[in-house]
Design a protein around this ligand. Structure first.
Ligand SMILES: Cc1cc2nc3c(=O)[nH]c(=O)nc-3n(C[C@H](O)[C@H](O)[C@H](O)COP(=O)(O)O)c2cc1C
Length: 179
Protein backbone atom coordinates (compact mmCIF):
# COMPACT_ATOMS: atom_id res chain seq x y z
CA UNK A 1 0.00 0.00 0.00
CA UNK A 2 2.74 2.41 0.97
CA UNK A 3 4.75 1.57 -2.16
CA UNK A 4 1.68 2.08 -4.37
CA UNK A 5 1.24 5.56 -2.87
CA UNK A 6 4.84 6.44 -3.59
CA UNK A 7 4.64 5.21 -7.21
CA UNK A 8 1.94 7.77 -7.97
CA UNK A 9 4.34 10.57 -7.10
CA UNK A 10 7.29 10.26 -9.40
CA UNK A 11 10.52 12.18 -9.81
CA UNK A 12 11.55 13.60 -13.20
CA UNK A 13 15.29 13.48 -13.89
CA UNK A 14 16.57 15.50 -16.87
CA UNK A 15 20.16 15.49 -18.04
CA UNK A 16 22.39 17.39 -20.44
CA UNK A 17 25.51 15.48 -21.41
CA UNK A 18 28.15 15.55 -24.16
CA UNK A 19 30.20 12.42 -23.49
CA UNK A 20 27.86 10.44 -21.21
CA UNK A 21 29.00 11.20 -17.66
CA UNK A 22 25.96 13.31 -16.73
CA UNK A 23 23.70 10.68 -18.31
CA UNK A 24 25.32 8.00 -16.13
CA UNK A 25 24.90 10.25 -13.07
CA UNK A 26 21.19 10.63 -13.92
CA UNK A 27 20.84 6.84 -13.95
CA UNK A 28 22.60 6.59 -10.57
CA UNK A 29 20.21 9.16 -9.09
CA UNK A 30 17.24 7.29 -10.58
CA UNK A 31 18.44 3.95 -9.15
CA UNK A 32 18.85 5.49 -5.70
CA UNK A 33 15.36 7.03 -5.77
CA UNK A 34 13.83 3.81 -7.13
CA UNK A 35 15.57 1.76 -4.42
CA UNK A 36 13.60 3.83 -1.92
CA UNK A 37 10.34 2.83 -3.61
CA UNK A 38 9.66 5.96 -5.69
CA UNK A 39 9.18 6.07 -9.44
CA UNK A 40 11.93 7.90 -11.32
CA UNK A 41 11.77 8.92 -14.98
CA UNK A 42 15.04 9.79 -16.79
CA UNK A 43 15.07 11.88 -20.00
CA UNK A 44 17.48 14.00 -22.02
CA UNK A 45 16.53 17.61 -21.23
CA UNK A 46 15.64 18.30 -24.89
CA UNK A 47 13.19 15.35 -24.81
CA UNK A 48 11.20 16.80 -21.89
CA UNK A 49 8.00 18.52 -23.08
CA UNK A 50 8.41 22.28 -22.71
CA UNK A 51 5.07 22.67 -21.06
CA UNK A 52 4.61 23.81 -17.45
CA UNK A 53 1.74 21.37 -16.61
CA UNK A 54 3.89 18.44 -17.76
CA UNK A 55 6.67 19.34 -15.31
CA UNK A 56 4.22 20.17 -12.52
CA UNK A 57 2.78 16.63 -12.54
CA UNK A 58 6.02 15.38 -10.96
CA UNK A 59 6.78 15.79 -7.25
CA UNK A 60 10.38 16.77 -7.96
CA UNK A 61 12.44 17.80 -11.00
CA UNK A 62 16.13 16.84 -10.82
CA UNK A 63 18.60 18.24 -13.37
CA UNK A 64 22.09 16.86 -14.00
CA UNK A 65 24.13 18.91 -16.47
CA UNK A 66 27.71 19.00 -17.68
CA UNK A 67 29.48 22.01 -19.19
CA UNK A 68 30.94 22.09 -22.68
CA UNK A 69 32.81 24.77 -24.60
CA UNK A 70 31.32 23.39 -27.84
CA UNK A 71 28.35 25.74 -27.48
CA UNK A 72 28.10 29.49 -26.81
CA UNK A 73 26.25 29.07 -23.51
CA UNK A 74 28.32 25.99 -22.51
CA UNK A 75 25.16 23.87 -22.35
CA UNK A 76 25.48 20.44 -24.05
CA UNK A 77 23.64 20.12 -27.38
CA UNK A 78 21.07 17.69 -25.92
CA UNK A 79 19.99 20.31 -23.37
CA UNK A 80 20.10 23.50 -25.44
CA UNK A 81 16.48 23.59 -26.63
CA UNK A 82 15.22 23.06 -23.08
CA UNK A 83 17.52 25.79 -21.73
CA UNK A 84 16.33 28.23 -24.38
CA UNK A 85 12.78 27.53 -23.20
CA UNK A 86 13.82 28.20 -19.58
CA UNK A 87 15.21 31.54 -20.77
CA UNK A 88 11.65 32.54 -21.69
CA UNK A 89 10.87 32.41 -17.93
CA UNK A 90 8.11 29.78 -17.90
CA UNK A 91 5.94 29.87 -14.79
CA UNK A 92 7.44 27.12 -12.63
CA UNK A 93 6.72 28.96 -9.38
CA UNK A 94 6.86 26.59 -6.42
CA UNK A 95 8.17 23.61 -8.43
CA UNK A 96 10.63 21.60 -6.30
CA UNK A 97 13.97 21.10 -8.05
CA UNK A 98 17.49 19.81 -7.43
CA UNK A 99 20.56 20.53 -9.57
CA UNK A 100 23.95 18.87 -10.02
CA UNK A 101 26.62 20.24 -12.39
CA UNK A 102 29.65 18.51 -13.88
CA UNK A 103 32.69 20.41 -15.09
CA UNK A 104 36.44 20.81 -15.06
CA UNK A 105 38.03 23.66 -13.13
CA UNK A 106 40.90 23.83 -15.63
CA UNK A 107 38.38 25.66 -17.85
CA UNK A 108 37.80 29.36 -17.13
CA UNK A 109 34.13 28.54 -17.75
CA UNK A 110 34.03 25.97 -14.92
CA UNK A 111 30.48 24.66 -14.42
CA UNK A 112 29.09 27.45 -16.62
CA UNK A 113 26.06 25.36 -17.64
CA UNK A 114 25.29 24.46 -14.02
CA UNK A 115 25.51 28.12 -12.99
CA UNK A 116 23.26 29.14 -15.89
CA UNK A 117 20.68 26.48 -15.04
CA UNK A 118 20.66 27.57 -11.39
CA UNK A 119 19.92 31.15 -12.44
CA UNK A 120 17.22 30.10 -14.93
CA UNK A 121 15.46 27.80 -12.44
CA UNK A 122 15.49 30.56 -9.80
CA UNK A 123 14.10 33.06 -12.34
CA UNK A 124 11.32 30.60 -13.18
CA UNK A 125 10.34 30.47 -9.49
CA UNK A 126 11.59 26.97 -8.69
CA UNK A 127 12.46 25.94 -5.12
CA UNK A 128 15.72 24.08 -4.47
CA UNK A 129 15.16 21.15 -2.09
CA UNK A 130 18.89 20.65 -1.40
CA UNK A 131 22.13 22.57 -2.02
CA UNK A 132 23.24 22.68 -5.66
CA UNK A 133 25.95 20.03 -6.24
CA UNK A 134 28.98 20.18 -8.49
CA UNK A 135 31.65 17.68 -9.55
CA UNK A 136 35.06 18.78 -10.81
CA UNK A 137 37.13 16.48 -13.07
CA UNK A 138 40.24 17.87 -11.36
CA UNK A 139 39.04 16.40 -8.04
CA UNK A 140 38.83 12.80 -9.30
CA UNK A 141 35.88 10.52 -9.96
CA UNK A 142 32.65 12.31 -10.82
CA UNK A 143 30.70 9.39 -9.41
CA UNK A 144 32.45 9.56 -6.03
CA UNK A 145 31.68 13.30 -5.89
CA UNK A 146 28.05 12.59 -6.79
CA UNK A 147 27.60 10.09 -3.94
CA UNK A 148 27.19 12.50 -0.97
CA UNK A 149 24.88 14.72 -3.02
CA UNK A 150 22.66 11.73 -3.86
CA UNK A 151 22.51 10.89 -0.14
CA UNK A 152 21.35 14.46 0.63
CA UNK A 153 18.86 14.39 -2.24
CA UNK A 154 17.44 11.04 -1.14
CA UNK A 155 16.83 12.43 2.37
CA UNK A 156 15.04 15.43 0.82
CA UNK A 157 12.89 13.13 -1.35
CA UNK A 158 11.79 11.20 1.76
CA UNK A 159 10.61 14.47 3.30
CA UNK A 160 8.99 16.26 0.36
CA UNK A 161 7.49 13.52 -1.80
CA UNK A 162 3.98 12.46 -0.74
CA UNK A 163 3.80 8.93 0.58
CA UNK A 164 7.19 9.24 2.26
CA UNK A 165 7.84 7.31 5.46
CA UNK A 166 7.90 9.35 8.70
CA UNK A 167 11.20 11.02 9.56
CA UNK A 168 12.79 9.50 12.65
CA UNK A 169 14.55 12.22 14.66
CA UNK A 170 17.32 10.81 16.84
CA UNK A 171 17.76 12.69 20.14
CA UNK A 172 20.65 11.84 22.47
CA UNK A 173 19.53 8.99 24.74
CA UNK A 174 16.09 8.64 23.16
CA UNK A 175 14.26 8.09 19.90
CA UNK A 176 11.34 10.25 18.86
CA UNK A 177 8.92 9.69 15.96
CA UNK A 178 8.16 12.86 14.04
CA UNK A 179 5.42 11.84 11.62
C1 LIG B 1 35.39 19.12 -25.34
C2 LIG B 1 35.15 19.39 -23.89
C3 LIG B 1 34.79 20.67 -23.50
C4 LIG B 1 34.58 20.96 -22.13
N1 LIG B 1 34.24 22.24 -21.76
C5 LIG B 1 34.07 22.52 -20.43
C6 LIG B 1 33.76 23.85 -19.99
O1 LIG B 1 33.64 24.78 -20.78
N2 LIG B 1 33.59 24.06 -18.65
C7 LIG B 1 33.71 23.05 -17.74
O2 LIG B 1 33.53 23.30 -16.53
N3 LIG B 1 33.99 21.78 -18.12
C8 LIG B 1 34.19 21.50 -19.43
N4 LIG B 1 34.48 20.22 -19.83
C9 LIG B 1 34.52 19.15 -18.81
C10 LIG B 1 33.22 18.36 -18.77
O3 LIG B 1 32.14 19.17 -18.37
C11 LIG B 1 33.37 17.21 -17.79
O4 LIG B 1 34.37 16.32 -18.26
C12 LIG B 1 32.09 16.44 -17.55
O5 LIG B 1 32.31 15.46 -16.56
C13 LIG B 1 31.64 15.76 -18.83
O6 LIG B 1 30.33 15.30 -18.63
P1 LIG B 1 29.49 14.67 -19.88
O7 LIG B 1 30.21 13.42 -20.26
O8 LIG B 1 28.16 14.41 -19.31
O9 LIG B 1 29.48 15.70 -20.95
C14 LIG B 1 34.72 19.94 -21.18
C15 LIG B 1 35.07 18.64 -21.60
C16 LIG B 1 35.29 18.37 -22.93
C17 LIG B 1 35.69 16.97 -23.35
Amino acid sequence: METATKQRHSVLIGYGSSTGQAADCADIVADSIAADGYKAVVRELNDIPRHEPFIRQFSLFVIIISSSDDTDDHVPFNAEVFCHWLQTRPDLAGVDVALFGLGDSSYTTFNAAGNLLEELLLNAGCLFVCPVGVADDEEGSVFEQLEPWVATLTRAVRIIVPGSPPVIAQLPGSTMDVA
